[in-house]
Design a protein around this ligand. Structure first.
Ligand SMILES: Nc1ncnc2c1ncn2[C@@H]1O[C@H](COP(=O)(O)OP(=O)(O)OP(=O)(O)O)[C@@H](O)[C@H]1O
Length: 299
């Protein structure tokens, strides 16, 4: 884990109040992250014509928490991510970020609210380098316009130096330093997923929305990605929403899990609570499995 050390604490200044808590994966369950609510969803409903994708969905994400959202195919996970990130407008319900409540969060407001996301399918610029792709995550943050940069005005130059330092820091944090000058499309898929994570982190978000970060990864790449996600929480103090199909990863990584089925929350609790919940077993494995499981537990 030494490669994950933040070597330049002067950077990412907004993290310093919560960051320098080095917590190993082995002691993850002893972390005391509960310091208020980062995001709250209340009564979120969404329909596409006659299809009710989300029905009265409510849950919260605490500061410094890894919160997974799982459910069988068609359960409503992507719809929920798209509502949180403002791509869909819920028919009903309220989303509260910190102290601000919204019926619909305009996507352009998300960076200002401290929210960043990654996508289910890679959304990188294949013709750009790793460094340029990471820098693209700052597009909403740069204060000096293109004109000032082209003229190389002093403040624009200072901002460019700051951006380069941030890129180096995030790349070091995620073990990408040696790859910075390479075209991103020449990297193995697992590293490209890490570049996407780096791009999401560079603007210094408080809440990270990860849409299937393990999709398409090998076992070894999943292990690396899981370590990075844990480090993002433990070392940078971020809250993480994890939408993920790999249940093994979810159980090992999450503090709390929301389970959706047919657009409704059917369970919400710790990995152990969710794992044993008969409704969850039924949703994933069918009626017979739920009966067999409870029968076996009773025996
Ligand atoms: N743009 C859309 N137009 C019409 N129906 C949609 C749209 N997006 C989602 N749906 C429907 O809403 C329901 C929930 O879909 P959603 O994609 O949110 O589920 P999911 O849990 O992400 O599924 P998966 O795990 O297969 O990606 C499904 O019945 C789906 O067919």
């Amino acid at each position: 884990m030494t490669g994950l050390a933040l070597t330049e604490p002067a950077l990412l200044p907004e993290r310093r109040a919560v960051a320098p808590q080095t917590v190993s994966a082995a002691t993850r369950s002893q972390v005391q992250p509960v310091q208020g609510t980062r995001l709250r969803l209340e009564g979120i409903s969404l329909a596409f014509g006659g299809i009710r994708a989300l029905k009265d969905v409510s849950f919260d994400i605490r500061e410094g928490e890894i919160r997974a959202v799982i459910g069988p195919n068609g359960a409503g996970k992507s719809s929920l991510v798209n509502v949180i990130s403002g791509l869909y407008r819920a028919d009903r319900g309220v989303i509260t970020h910190g102290g601000e409540s919204f019926a619909h969060v305009p996507p352009a407001r998300l960076p200002g609210l401290g929210v960043a996301r990654t996508f289910q399918n890679l959304a990188l610029f294949p013709g750009l380098t790793v460094a340029q792709n990471i820098a693209s995550g700052l597009v909403f943050r740069r204060k000096r316009g293109l004109f000032a940069q082209l003229l190389s005005l002093p403040k624009a130059r200072a901002e460019t130096r700051e951006t380069e330092a941030r890129i180096r820091e995030i790349a070091g944090f995620l073990g990408l330093s040696e790859h910075l000058p390479r075209l991103v499309s020449t990297l193995p898929y697992g590293l490209q997923k890490q570049v996407e994570l780096a791009r999401a982190l560079i603007a210094g978000p408080r809440l990270l929305l990860l849409d299937e970060p393990m999709a398409g990864l090998t076992g070894a790449e999943k292990t690396a990605m899981a370590a990075h996600i844990r480090a993002v929480r433990d070392r940078l103090g971020l809250s993480v929403i994890l939408i993920e199909h790999d249940i093994g990863v979810v159980m090992g990584l999450s503090d709390r899990i929301v389970v959706l089925d047919h657009g409704e929350v059917i369970a919400d609790g710790s990995p152990d609570e969710v794992r044993r919940d008969p409704e969850v077993i039924r949703a994933y494995l069918g009626q017979d499995a739920a009966g067999a499981t409870s029968g076996a537990e009773a025996a």
